[in-house]
Design a protein around this ligand. Structure first.
Ligand SMILES: [Zn+2]
Length: 110
């Protein structure tokens, strides 16, 4: 068994566990019953921990967490239909003229 991930929010930890499970990596939560606040007061080892059951899953699990949890892939950049300015994929509206991106739904189910 190997320790793979630590977080003070049990909900986050369970979503990571689910992501691993979807990729056939078995894991379990350690310290599930502890109170994370204790860690903020200098009491060690009270964060929730996620451990994988099979050591040979370690690299795959690490890569999965890095990709899906800590660094989700950015959305593609888009060009504003109004002013032709290029916008970062994280923007919901054009930074320059506040127009929403042109939807591409017209191509679906026609
Ligand atoms: Zn614009």
């Amino acid at each position: 068994m190997k320790h793979i991930y630590t977080h003070d929010n049990i909900v986050v930890l369970h979503s990571v566990k689910n992501i691993l499970a979807l990729n056939d990596i078995e894991s379990y939560v350690k310290n599930e019953q502890t109170v994370p606040v204790g860690a903020q007061h200098g009491i060690g080892n009270t964060f929730h921990e996620l451990w994988i059951l099979n050591d040979h899953d370690y690299i795959a699990a690490t890569e999965l967490i890095a990709r899906e949890v800590e660094n989700p892939s950015p959305k593609a950049a888009w060009v504003c239909g109004e002013c032709s300015e290029e916008n970062d994929g994280s923007f919901d509206v054009c930074w320059k003229c506040q127009s929403a991106p042109v939807e591409t739904q017209a191509t679906q189910g026609a």
